[in-house]
Design a protein around this ligand. Sequence first.
Ligand SMILES: Cc1cc2nc3c(=O)[nH]c(=O)nc-3n(C[C@H](O)[C@H](O)[C@H](O)COP(=O)(O)OP(=O)(O)OC[C@H]3O[C@@H](n4cnc5c(N)ncnc54)[C@H](O)[C@@H]3O)c2cc1C
Length: 454
Amino acid sequence: MTKKKSRIGILGAGISGLSTAYALSQKNIDVTVYEKEAVIGGAIKTAVIDDWLVEEGPNTLMVKSTELWELLDSLELNDKILETNGIAKKRYVVKNNRPLPLPLSVFDFLKTNLLSLNAKFRLLKEPFVSKKKQSDESIASFISRRLGSEPLDYAINPFVSGIYAGDPKKLSVKHTFTSLWEMEQNHGSLLKGLIKRKRRGTSIKRSLISFKEGNQSLPKAMAEVISGSIDTETEITSINKKKSGWKAGGNTKGMPFNHTHDAIISTLPAHSLSTIFNLSIPDELNDLPYAPLSVVALGFKSGQIEHPLDGFGMLIPEVEHRRTLGVLFSSTLFPNRAPENHELLTCFIGGARNPVLASKSQQQLQSIIMDEIGELLDITGDPVFTHHRYWKQTIPQYVVGYDHYLKQIEEIEKKYEGLFLDGNFRGGVSVPDCILSGFETAKKAETFLELLSS
Ligand SMILES: Cc1cc2nc3c(=O)[nH]c(=O)nc-3n(C[C@H](O)[C@H](O)[C@H](O)COP(=O)(O)OP(=O)(O)OC[C@H]3O[C@@H](n4cnc5c(N)ncnc54)[C@H](O)[C@@H]3O)c2cc1C
């Protein structure tokens, strides 16, 4: 059976699909969102177990644009927002088996043991390092060239693991740390670029947030105002271009279906496009790398942990030869993450640094993590609460030469009118980036519908 549903079919009810659906709904355009899982939100998943609140995916969202503040306002989420408290500015990085705070002021910087005296002097040379003329470069090459190897090892490497679960030797600086890349391109130096940026200033509020009931509040609030339908437990298995429009086929709660739309917006991972779309999709998109990651939440009685947990968390650089990538001090960051007199730590393991490890069992991972962070944070005894989530292929890796993938995606869209490709492999992996990219895609789809009707 083929029946015309809404004019636009959106594949995937992660934040990319939902924000596109939201923006189209604001323009009174009905959509049908197809989601294979029973729950919407994709990587945004909050688990509430007894009095513990665990984020299985993103823990914090950096809101720094007017569009995002307006979105939160229009979704009436303002009174549900939790902002990280001042303490969260402090971040620990492990060096020589000790968690050391990252310097927050010039005075801290001068006395920190995170960098040697030589490395501190080397930083002063940054404005005099000449600009390199090349179309792309790895984060590792860029940072060691401009700032030296110690800042790469003890600042950038652990952050890249924290944000992308990625390898700085493989990731493109142009597509991940875009503002640093642009500072070199436009001002010839990071220091000069930073000074210019500071002078320009901005009045837009910048805040690292979550929500009282966890990050899943955001997709839930979006879903409530979307006009059209969100079909959960509905897997899309084929997309065909026909004279009558785009035919989406699949099964919903075990029943096969075919629906036709004027346009399709896909937010599915790049590697699934060539199997689902009966179009000429370059095989190379199957190879766009994604990093596997495991999230292990561990709960303790407060008395079991000697460390004050007075910060955002603790990152572990690769040069320290441990397997845990990092730990968030979740119950310090936000209230209601752990029962009274208890602490919640959210630990990350696997990623591009150690992909095989990500798929190990909860018990194996817990034992590795406890071995490593137990001594770093002075923990006594076993956790009183544990929770595990394995992400097989969720965070795309924006590797050196990523322009090539982006060009292929643009060419597919040019070739097939009414098809739009979005998702976290385009425009940034963070939740805010996915939202802004979703809004852009909605504008393109709206223009297409107008042209079709004219
Ligand atoms: C562990 C982890 C921690 C993170 N931490 C942060 C953080 O702190 N801050 C931050 O900003 N970002 C963070 N991110 C990144 C961010 O969460 C993701 O990049 C973003 O949520 C991806 O959204 P998306 O909609 O593009 O993709 P997804 O969330 O992957 O959504 C795609 C959707 O498509 C559905 N789907 C797939 N195939 C089909 C099919 N055939 N038919 C129908 N539906 C289908 C999937 O079920 C899924 O719901 C983190 C990610 C992870 C995994």
